[in-house]
Design a protein around this ligand. Sequence first.
Ligand SMILES: C[S@@+](CC[C@H](N)C(=O)[O-])C[C@H]1O[C@@H](n2cnc3c(N)ncnc32)[C@H](O)[C@@H]1O
Length: 242
Amino acid sequence: MSGAGRPPGPAAGTQDQPCRGAVPELDGARSRAERRRTRRFFNRVAPAFHVIDRNLLPAYREVLATLGLDPALTVLDVATGTGTLALAFAERGHTVTGIDFAERLLAKARRRLPGADLRLMDLVELPRFPDRSFDVVTTAYLLHGLPPDLRRFTLCEAGRLARRHVLVFDYPGPGPWYVRIIEAIEGPHYPGFVARPFADLAAEAGLEVVLGGETSRHGGWWLCRPGSLSPPPLETSGPTGT
Ligand SMILES: C[S@@+](CC[C@H](N)C(=O)[O-])C[C@H]1O[C@@H](n2cnc3c(N)ncnc32)[C@H](O)[C@@H]1O
């Protein structure tokens, strides 16, 4: 993993400036330990990812075809994993950057996308990218697995980094029993995520959902408009590392 940066902290936001403030939890030992566990989990399950990739690629392709975004738009895929969504964007001609902290998944993404800029990075290092670095910031099936503070931080960062759109794929509500079992193995945050409409989570990070729909595989997607940047710029609050 690249060296750790200092995370900003959007948790103590106000209605006008939802991403302003500090989130000391992101620096804390508990948060670091949880991220370490998550990283280990995804590296362990890497061999099974071809099944997930096979299921998700058609859904991603279908949504991108529906949206018909200009291929000149640059894309950051946050938590790219094996690069399935990044691949769907690249197939349409977009220049793609991807980040993820699970090296085994990222190795596979690099094999599938030799032309993409794929970086071994933790979410808490997103502040290294300057404001409005990409036209589109996207993330797929990441948010349901994150604790609420890191989830909001990630959405705030997506809004800060995106010039045009934030595109999110995830569960729109509680899935069938086997999805619930798989997600319980991943961690404890899925029930809290699916209990709330995504538009509410987005609004807490200053994002406005402008379009959305469901995919064939118990999934949902939301195209969001990033808000204006909240001055002062996101604050830093201490060292990180996973
Ligand atoms: C369910 S997978 C989804 C992967 C990919 N977006 C897809 O659609 O196939 C969740 C991904 O989030 C990544 N992830 C979780 N927490 C992260 C963190 N703190 N920093 C970077 N990546 C993280 C995992 O390594 C994993 O690749």
